[in-house]
Design a protein around this ligand. Structure first.
Ligand code: TA6
Length: 289
């Protein structure tokens, strides 16, 4: 179902018979809602989010490509999140892996303007799938379509903003003994010693080469998000906390309490694609198992 969202921007709604749903805007291929069978929202979007290009939408699941943060010469977090994507009306067939799923394929190709800031031809296909059981899957396929034979390199993230009852109730599980780069300390490298990460101040870390399965626990809601990822070795954990939140214009003052970003990413080892080569990434979010 295609409908008009906020400010007339087009969005697609995927629904399953049991009641779960997903909403994705063509602007940024940005998922802004994921609801479970009970109709409960699982994704955080700021009350102050500005649905007006070129400002990226605050919250949801921004697609970060071709550059994470300020790791290169592009604008922070690249440009995929503030481009208008198109729907592929004739998508390649589904793999049997997710039966009875509903999905939409969104495409991004560079415009002549884009080529001036990042001189590489590519095709990015993002498949957004809602499984019968209500899991949200994001599968990315990025291809180097440069005819004149140049490789390109990128970093990537699904910058997922999870909705939580209260940040004090939250644990992130799966990082014990992993190295991380602390964004609050000039990306100095440290080793994580705790198994269950809790957050009680500004937090911004890139965990390197994590397990494929991570957990986000919300004790008050008795909810457990299972994050499964493939081709996305790293994981960013972010909460701006009070002081930094005040500096973000499209973020409510108290809202840091109700969100946490746990991002499936490829940052530590940037991906390089030769002409004709293809890269695949996969993120599966579930609250069931
Ligand atoms: O992923 C964490 C991070 O890179 C933080 O450093 C923080 O700035 C956040 O993303 C949001 O970035 P944005 O450009 O959306 O304001």
């Amino acid at each position: 179902e295609i409908t008009k969202g906020i400010n007339g921007l087009e969005k697609i709604i995927l629904r399953q018979t049991h009641g779960s749903s997903v909403e994705v805007y063509l602007y940024g291929a940005h998922v802004t809602s994921w609801k479970n069978d009970q109709g409960e929202e699982l994704i955080f979007v700021s009350r102050k989010a500005i649905f007006s290009p070129p400002k990226p939408i605050r919250g949801g699941i921004p697609v970060i490509f071709p550059q994470f943060s300020n790791l290169g010469s592009l604008q922070s977090h690249g440009f995929a999140r503030n481009r208008l994507w198109t729907i592929d009306d004739n998508p390649p067939p589904v793999t049997s892996e997710v039966p009875n799923a509903v999905f939409v394929d969104l495409l991004l190709k560079p415009t002549e303007e884009d080529l001036k800031i990042w001189p590489h031809r590519f095709e990015f296909r993002l498949r957004v799938t809602l499984s019968r059981g209500g899991d949200l899957l994001l599968t990315s396929c990025i291809r180097n379509t440069d005819a004149d034979g140049k490789p390109f390199t990128f970093t990537f993230a699904h910058h997922t903003y999870f909705s939580v009852s209260n940040i004090s109730e939250v644990e992130v599980i799966g990082m014990k003994n992993l190295d991380y780069l602390d964004n609050l300390k000039n990306r100095t490298r440290f080793t994580e010693h705790t198994d269950a990460i809790t957050i009680d101040s500004e937090f911004d870390r890139i965990y390197l080469s994590t397990p494929k399965k991570l957990l986000l626990l919300d004790h008050e809601k008795r909810r457990r998000f299972v994050i499964r990822k493939d081709g996305l070795p790293d994981a960013v954990v972010w909460n701006p906390w009070e002081a930094r939140a005040k500096t973000i214009v499209d973020f409510g003052e108290e809202e840091y309490k109700y969100m946490v970003c746990v991002e499936a990413a490829a940052i530590g080892k940037p991906v390089t694609l030769k002409p004709g080569e293809e890269w695949n990434g996969r993120l599966q979010l579930s609250t069931r198992h």
